[in-house]
Design a protein around this ligand. Structure first.
Ligand SMILES: *Cc1c(COP(=O)(O)O)cnc(C)c1O
Length: 376
């Protein structure tokens, strides 16, 4: 046993409430995808995001797939996705038979660059999936403008950005729909789970229909189309409801954690140039929820970044490399096609960001971080 503390990148904040609600769901006998917690969770989540509807699903990945399928995306279509994101964003496009087209990121926000989006549009473009990476809202103003002009559907990938805002409006309420994840390390969790938010009644009906085997509402066990089983269970929804009671606390805590990092890193001083997550922007009124406190070390390269991760691990600080550009994976282009995404990806790392961290933890992590950086 080490006597020194180990700081994982993430630990969920769950407790008695989650256990109590999950236990109630189990004891009620409603353990599959029918039960009072599901509707309640959907209603509360829609209220939180400020949309008319919310549809629960079994995870964020199938949420993206379901949204694309419900909008009629399929073979021959192109869907624009940022090159720097979690692989599920692009895979979901592939599941429909459509082709993901990789758009570069803005080096300041790490989110989709609207200028590059314009360049990548073709007559086959049908939809765009902006990702609010690491908790910061993508530039929705410009992306929505472009989408409207080019007649593209907009699916927001909000898997990392529950509660993030632009002009006092929550992400997930800007596009045709927003897709959230409740995986164990996301801002709120149901173990596995996801949610699609929308104001579009027709889309809402279509999402409900397709997620439940495409069964006719009028005629039971009549299936006019190939649907899916993408339902969430009542037990997951029970845990989700308990998490809803903590969401303000968690989001505020994450903003605090970021500020502790920022202050201690400044106070202790790093001898290389770096950027932390983009902060709240006065002009666009964008509010970050800092899913992962992240740092890009501009003077480093991939080898140095990886060495830093190793040195940190030795002193009990877990960290992760940024996502790889998706274009680089063998099933896509097999080589990076977006310069900024590649550059930022090689130099970025995510630091311990769990909402259970306290100021002293962050201070200790910052000390270890700076010592490690100086060794490279
Ligand atoms: C986590 C994540 C997903 C997938 O969500 P799951 O619930 O794990 O399937 C999709 N997109 C992004 C950006 C994510 O971070």
């Amino acid at each position: 046993m080490q006597d020194k503390k180990f700081y994982p990148v993430y630990e969920p904040l769950i407790g008695e409430k989650e256990a109590e609600y999950a236990s109630k769901a189990v004891k009620s006998g409603w353990i599959s995808s029918i039960g009072e917690y599901i509707e309640e969770f959907e209603r509360r989540f829609a209220d939180f995001i400020g949309t008319k509807y919310a549809v629960s699903v079994s995870n964020g990945t199938v949420g993206l797939h379901l949204a694309l399928a419900a909008l009629g995306i399929g073979p021959g279509d192109e869907v624009l996705v940022p090159d720097l994101t979690f692989v599920a964003t692009a895979n979901a496009v592939k599941y429909t038979g459509a082709t993901p087209i990789f758009v570069d990121i803005d080096p300041k926000t790490w989110c989709m660059d609207p200028e590059d989006l314009k360049k990548k549009i073709t007559p086959n473009s049908k939809a765009v999936i902006p990702v609010h990476l690491y908790g910061y809202p993508a530039n929705m103003d410009e992306i929505l403008n472009i989408a409207q002009k080019e007649n593209l559907y907009v699916i927001e990938d909000c898997a990392e950005a529950h509660g993030a805002e632009i002009s006092n409006r929550k992400v997930g309420s800007f596009g045709n729909c927003g897709v959230f994840s409740f995986y164990g390390n996301k801002i709120i969790t149901t173990g596995e789970g996801g949610m699609i938010t929308t104001n579009d009644e027709e889309l809402f009906i279509r999402l409900k229909f397709l997620k439940d085997h495409g069964m006719s509402k009028e005629k039971r066990y009549w299936h006019p189309e190939i649907g899916f089983n993408y339902r969430m269970t009542n037990i997951q929804a029970a845990i989700g409801l308990a998490q809803m009671e903590r969401k303000e606390y968690i989001i505020e805590k994450k903003r605090k954690i970021f500020n502790w990092y920022k202050n201690y890193l400044e106070e202790f001083g790093i001898n290389v140039s770096y950027s932390l997550n983009p902060e709240d922007d006065e002009k666009t009124k964008s509010k970050n929820v800092f899913w992962m406190v992240s740092i890009v070390l501009w003077d480093f390269d991939e080898t140095k970044r990886n060495k830093l991760i190793e040195l940190l691990k030795v002193v009990g600080v877990d960290s992760r490399p940024f996502f790889y550009p998706i274009s680089e994976f063998p099933m896509y282009h097999g080589k990076p096609v977006c310069k900024v995404s590649k550059h930022v990806s090689e130099r970025g790392l995510n630091l311990p960001s769990s909402p259970i961290l306290e100021e002293n933890d962050v201070k200790a992590i910052c000390k270890s971080f700076i010592t490690a950086v100086q060794k490279i």
